[in-house]
Design a protein around this ligand. Sequence first.
Ligand code: ATP
Ligand code: MG
Ligand code: FE
Length: 344
Amino acid sequence: PLVLGIETSCDETGVGIVRGHTLLADAVASSVDEHARFGGVVPEVASRAHLEAMVPTVQRACETAGVALHDVDAIAVTAGPGLAGALLVGVASAKALALSLGKPLYGVNHLAAHVAVDQLEHGALPDPCLALLVSGGHSSLLRVDDVTERVTPLGSTIDDAAGEAFDKVARLLGLPFPGGPHIDRAARDGSSVYVDFPRGLTSRRDLERHRFDFSFSGLKTAVARWVEAREAAGEPVPVADVAASFQEAVCDVLTRKAIDAAAAEGIDDILIGGGVAANSRLRVLAEERAAQKGIRVRVPRPGLCTDNGAMVAALGAEMVARGRAPSALDLPADSSMSVELVQA
Ligand code: ATP
Ligand code: MG
Ligand code: FE
């Protein structure tokens, strides 16, 4: 099926077009530069930017794909979770398209879409698979039995998301927003064992209650204290070494818990998605450690890891292919949509 997908849950206006597992267009307009001076995404700014970018981004996607709107078989849209006002722009636009074109509408879960996108790169998802989703707003381990209807959370962050930790630590180190890519780059010239930062929720006691949960706020505080102590002593902060040591602490915990979860569930395939999956160290460490356990790792290319419309189209196409009924045309945007609810 030819499906157009719309994503507006945060600061990216994404419109993707796919035919089955084939990516035809992935147009993304980001308002990230407008948020940079605030050091984080400002919801009102994001909503307005989506409104301005929507029509040109739909047009750009159609041009790239070489298809006309009336050719598509279905419209898919992120129904949640995300910023309420931002989601509303996408949902309203998708409804308008579906209604005017007379095509079915699929309101889908953003997290499931981050998983489904990998089909565009590596083909059909293995059922079941274990998904590690790490972005600016989420850090979750999910058991995925069927990405169109059965997704079960095994654990998630109890405080900051992994990407949020990257962004906050980058700020501490004087690196620009969003910080993930800058830390990744700075870390290449640093030592990952320079500082032994804490690994959240890995003590024996924590593992009893939070085996597959994450915590990154203690790590962020530890980095802040370390940097402050250096500055108080009048010594320069070795940015590359701190970046590498921080990154190692995050990637160590993420990979360890993902592999433990896969082993506990008897699953041989791990899929990593979300913006932090673009991290070069995470990709290498996950591969290395999983290989030792005979577990395969799939990570989409970085451009498909961060928010985009293709991931929504990919999930929509899978729903059409599996014969799922479309969503109602009055489907709501659901800012706190549960990960277990794949379709609105
Ligand atoms: P949501 O959480 O709702 O999906 P989001 O906009 O935060 O929204 P993404 O676009 O998937 O989600 O991810 C952005 C996050 O990914 C930011 O926190 C950014 O710092 C982080 N990120 C991007 N590239 C890298 C990288 N190479 N290393 C580490 N983090 C990265
Ligand atoms: Mg984003
Ligand atoms: Fe996302």
